[in-house]
Design a protein. Sequence first.
Length: 373
Amino acid sequence: MRRLAALASKSRLHVIQPMPYFPIVRPLPTWAKSEKHVAEGADVFHAPMFYVPKFLKTLDSYWLYRSVIRKLVELRNMDRLDVIDAHFGYPDGVGCLRAARELKVPVVITIRGVEEDHLQVPAIAKQIRAALKHADGCICVSHSLKEIAIEAGASEARTQVIHNAVNRGVFAPGSRSEARAALNIGDGDALVVSVGNLLSVKCHDVLIAAFAKLQGTIGNARLVIIGGAMHEPEHPKKLRELCGSLGIAERVTFIGRIDETGVATWLKAADVFALASRREGCCNAIIEALASGLPVVTTPVGDNTWFVRDGQNGYIVPVRDSDAMARALEKALECEDWDRHSISSELHVGDWDSVALKVLCFFQERIGEGFRK
């Protein structure tokens, strides 16, 4: 939404939000029954999207097309439709390509990372490959995703990497003592912070297992996990049960969802940021941690290695290796040479306004060159 908010300040932007529903099992929430809401200065139009939970997922792109086409036709008829930007390759990219071809307008597909999993499903992968091949442009939030997109059929000439951004007004080095006082954290506690929704892809279980191994070497260590439950409602319970079985329940705190100001306070208070994901695109949480001056321990997925230089501003460990994660956390916590201001200043990432300008330039380039050149 931050990219969309920045775009809304610089262009005429309409956001269409498909709202999945299935009668009785997953009815539309009351708020989604209204025409729209306004978020960050942009009109967000609600588009009810019928789908079958857990089944017939190969049809989701068709249901998405059905949900957005009416509003797209209305915008075109009002001469307010220059380009469609479909966020995510599936079902959004596939469904929006169908709509764009019907309406004879350009379509750009933004790839964010979930496509890696979708490409493992043959029937869905076929749809994604066709959409990337025929789209007028493709934006990837990381270099690793650009490689995946091109391998899947996107034209290299029509594909551009535009990293996510960071709000430097919020995420910056600050007083560790003041942040800890605000959070009631003792100065002598070793504090590891992780930010990521409670989903299996984030591999919080690996981080928890690694943290448990620190108890014999790092005294008074605490782990704080910031993020809420999403489409795996049983996963948070499993993580808490894991903490209990490892005997560290009192040392691990699940904060839930909080605003970015709250996240920034925890990052200022922390000693190390850690994230054990098995898949990422351009990880906002890692960028925000580095902007705050924290050393980062993470995995070599997405563009993590683009930002985290092993031994310089953190450590890179293999995916699902709790032993390696534990060793890296121990080294990071014991190192007294981290320079928070240097870690922050050496992060070369723009703000959301600069990202919006890059996106708009890419749109104009693709529209100016005509369709699929």
